[in-house]
Design a protein around this ligand. Structure first.
Ligand code: PGA
Length: 255
């Protein structure tokens, strides 16, 4: 379990699901179920087109708004992209960057992830930077090497003053949407590695405040065991975040 200075964060990544009205209905239900206020900070990441309506529906709520992706330029001739200026403008607090689906399906490089994370920080928001190895990489004994490489690339050139806002999500690719989650002890080992990699760049003090979320088939029945690990500071939740009851049960697992 997280130390007192690290408030756990449970973020729902809704991926390409839900229309604007469905998204609003879900946050209304979450607002009701999350009374009294949970120990964990809670965030939801709807599709871009639902950000404005969800933001309005969250008025007066503690739930934070997150985007699922961002382009690194604030403006310009980049047809189809959404930049950090626009995300800040609609009230995003967090932005997920480098999700494995972005890396795999949309060919995002480590360098792209770095540019995105830095753009998010430069606009006063907090990036949730996703790292994680594939099954082939894990089976080849390369999981740690891959995650450390992704971490170092993502953090390259970042100012220490901004680093305090970064959140890392460890999401082993083989655990995403598969129903197969990492054993809590395996997650703990990687999370400790992530924290020490961060410490190598920014020092122990900042590293001890870094929140490292676990993601990949987090459900109500495995969330408590994962979040009980000393370096697991919350969860990035996909499938189970699409229904209020299952998402709230995960949030409550951090109480
Ligand atoms: P999952 O997705 O919980 O459905 O495995 C997690 C994620 O992709 O962030």
């Amino acid at each position: 379990m997280t130390t007192p200075e690290r408030r756990p964060l449970v973020a729902g990544n809704w991926k390409l699901f839900k229309t604007g009205s469905e998204a609003v209905a879900l946050v209304r239900e979450l607002g009701q179920l999350l009374q009294p206020a949970p120990r964990a900070e809670v965030a939801v990441a709807p599709v871009f087109t639902a950000l404005v309506t969800v933001h309005d529906a969250l008025a007066g709520s503690e739930i934070k708004l997150a985007a699922q992706d961002v382009y690194w330029e604030a403006q310009g001739a980049f047809t189809g992209e959404v930049g950090p200026l626009q995300l800040k403008d609609v009230g995003c607090h967090y932005v997920i960057v480098g999700h494995s689906e972005r890396r795999q399906l949309f060919h995002e490089s480590d360098g792209d992830v770095n540019r995105k994370a830095r753009a998010v920080l430069a606009h006063g928001m907090a990036p949730i930077v996703c790292v994680g190895e594939t099954l082939v990489e894990r089976e080849a004994g390369r999981a740690t090497e891959v995650v450390v490489r992704q971490m170092n690339a993502a953090l390259e050139g970042m100012a220490e003053s901004a680093a305090a806002r970064i959140v890392i999500a460890y999401e082993p690719v083989w655990a995403i949407g598969t129903g197969r989650n990492a054993a809590p002890s395996d997650a703990q080992q990687m999370h400790a590695q992530i924290r020490s990699t961060f410490a190598g760049r920014f020092g122990q003090t900042l590293a001890s405040g870094l929140r490292v979320l676990y993601g990949g088939s987090v459900k109500a029945d495995n969330a408590a065991a994962l979040m009980a690990q000393p370096d697991v500071d919350g969860a990035l939740v996909g499938g189970a975040a699409l229904a209020a009851a299952s998402f709230c049960a995960i949030v409550r697992a951090a109480d």
